[in-house]
Design a protein around this ligand. Structure first.
Ligand SMILES: NC(=O)c1ccc[n+]([C@@H]2O[C@H](COP(=O)([O-])OP(=O)(O)OC[C@H]3O[C@@H](n4cnc5c(N)ncnc54)[C@H](O)[C@@H]3O)[C@@H](O)[C@H]2O)c1
Length: 280
């Protein structure tokens, strides 16, 4: 018997209703969209960010769309701040069931020139912040024998992003952290995965897109022909968060429009130039 697609892919396909979720860096471009989509699925969402004004404005906007959402001002570099946030979540909704590690920073710097305090500062947010959040919220998952973590890394976790200080190193570390968590927490019913964006327009990267010629040149480099949006990233996060990905752990999904697969096509190769696809 042929099963109808609509039976398998109903509206509640992800089954995230009432799931207790924590998203760090939730007031930023990607974090906000992840929260918006989780709320649309009926999840309970704690939005953590250190930027109080931005966070409160974002929470108000999402509240207006409906759903159970709480804003908690928290700095992921400070264990006490994260523990206070975890206690609040537990007191209000119960143990965290999904952690999205997303809060991060990016500064320009050459590896040979970067000052030690800037190196340490970036790693304390992008890497140690991911560890501390995983420990604090992971303990709540272990105590109930189930949970999922999704860590936002970057294609620069695997491919060097030059003149960006400790950024690539921090993202490579986050990827290995996720793999370690997958192995060490698997027996406790906790999965851990990575979503790696490539070129995406958010407040973190907006300055790059102010020049229309840069935007056009960037678009031309991506096989799917466009720069990604926070919606693209959030959809991958929700899938990995859900029980539909119940046997997927220790993995990375690259949401990059095939950018990382395209570089061989950039090498001049006479006789093998681009043809019009599908030409009769
Ligand atoms: N934008 C891109 O081009 C791009 C590309 C690849 C990967 N990423 C990754 O995606 C994630 C989200 O990036 P975005 O583009 O939405 O950035 P964004 O700058 O819009 O948002 C980041 C948020 O994190 C918060 N934050 C920073 N430090 C914090 C701390 N110590 N404690 C708590 N909150 C803190 C900021 O206040 C901000 O709201 C990051 O992990 C980033 O590295 C972004």
């Amino acid at each position: 018997m042929t099963r109808k697609v609509s039976d398998a892919l109903g509206n509640d396909w992800l089954n995230l209703k009432d799931r207790v979720c924590v998203v760090t860096g939730a007031a930023g471009g990607i974090g906000r969209e992840i929260c918006r989509q989780l709320l649309a699925c009926g999840a309970r969402v704690a939005m953590l960010d250190r930027d109080e004004a931005l966070l409160l404005g974002t929470v108000r906007a999402l509240e207006a769309e409906g759903g159970e959402v709480r804003g908690i001002v928290a700095d992921v570099t400070e264990l006490a701040s994260l523990q206070a946030a975890a206690d609040q979540v537990q007191g209000h909704w119960g143990e965290c069931q999904l952690l999205v590690n997303n809060a991060a920073a990016l500064y320009a710097d050459a590896i040979m020139d970067i000052a030690l305090d800037k190196w340490n500062q970036l790693l304390s947010v992008n890497l140690t912040g991911y560890l501390l959040s995983a420990q604090v919220f992971g303990r709540q998952m272990v105590s109930q024998g189930r949970g999922s973590m999704v860590h936002i890394a970057s294609i620069s976790a695997s491919i060097p992003q030059p003149f960006s200080g400790a950024y690539s190193v921090s993202k490579a570390g986050a990827k290995m952290l996720s793999q370690l968590l997958a192995v060490e927490l698997g027996a406790h019913g906790v999965r851990s995965n990575v979503v790696s964006p490539a070129m995406i327009r958010t407040p973190m990267s907006e300055v790059i897109y102010q020049d229309p010629s840069v935007l056009r040149r960037r678009e031309e480099m991506v096989p799917v022909g466009r720069i990604s949006t926070p919606v693209d990233i959030a959809q991958a996060v929700l899938f990995l968060a859900s029980d539909r990905a119940g046997y997927i752990s220790g993995q990375e999904i690259l949401v990059d429009g095939a950018l990382t697969q395209s570089w061989l096509g950039l090498i001049p190769r006479p006789g093998f130039e681009k043809q019009d696809a599908g030409r009769a």
